[in-house]
Design a protein around this ligand. Structure first.
Ligand code: SAM
Length: 227
């Protein structure tokens, strides 16, 4: 999959994700001021909601239009500056400093440029990374989350062999996550819903599937794991 795949209008939600809202206490233990990472953030309104709760939010998004539209549609004033280590990249920062979005390919960033985070909200991110870049993505995520840090991850479960038109999002089952995260995180399923029957035209008609579940996992970095 080419990165150009993303330069087209995408589906975005108008309300903060219910799965984030349902798990916010578990993710934060009621602490304020935590640093949240939202990799491959698009223009999700979750970032504004998190900032409104007193958290510091950093997103990473490839498409400039999505970054610009996030700030204009959410009526958040921002400034843009260069990212010295990423020549074509831009850093959008809200005037109050609570929300930052790195506008570049996430693989151009590192622990040195991003710093480390207490919490990661990974929806539509791991699942859209090309399969050949998956381990590289996880290595980067592992390097930027603090020991003891928490991750809320949303994935989809479906049979890849049934799918007629291949592409993101890729399916992940618990055994896949155990292979990728099991040696550095605890993994707990915290939610599951049947998306197949919500959109039969797409998942049965276009994709050719017989089931598709959206599943949420709460993961915590094992403190003794070194980054
Ligand atoms: C499915 S959307 C998910 C957006 C967001 N996480 C949400 O929950 O609404 C995936 C986003 O990842 C961005 N993206 C894809 N590959 C990327 C990369 N290598 N670096 C940064 N952003 C990327 C796309 O432009 C797109 O906005």
């Amino acid at each position: 999959m080419q990165l150009s795949f993303w330069f087209k209008p995408l589906l975005y939600y108008f309300y903060p994700c219910r799965n984030l809202l349902n798990n916010i206490e578990k993710l934060t233990d009621g602490q304020k001021g935590l640093k949240f990472m939202v990799p491959l953030c698009g223009k999700t309104v979750d970032m504004k909601w998190l900032a409104g709760k007193g958290f510091q939010v950093t997103g990473v998004e490839l498409v400039t239009k999505a970054c610009e539209e996030f700030f204009s549609e959410q009526s958040v004033k921002c400034n843009a500056s260069d990212i010295p280590e990423v020549p074509a990249g831009k850093l959008f920062k809200s005037e109050d400093g609570k929300i930052k979005i790195y506008n570049c390919d996430i693989f151009n960033l590192s622990k040195e440029s991003l710093g480390q985070f207490d919490v990661m909200w990974d929806r539509g991110s791991l699942v859209v990374i090309p399969i050949e870049d998956r381990q590289r993505y996880i290595n980067l995520m592992k390097s930027i989350i603090k020991p003891g840090g928490k991750i809320l991850l949303e994935v989809v479960e479906y049979d890849w062999n049934e799918r007629k038109t291949k592409g993101p999002p890729h399916p992940f089952y618990k055994h896949d996550l155990e292979k990728l995260y099991g040696n550095w995180c605890t993994i707990e399923e915290v939610g599951r819903c049947d998306w197949f029957h919500r959109n039969l035209a797409r998942f049965q008609g276009q994709w050719g599937l017989s089931s598709l579940d959206n599943v949420q996992y709460f993961m915590q970095v094992i403190s003794s794991t070194s980054n």
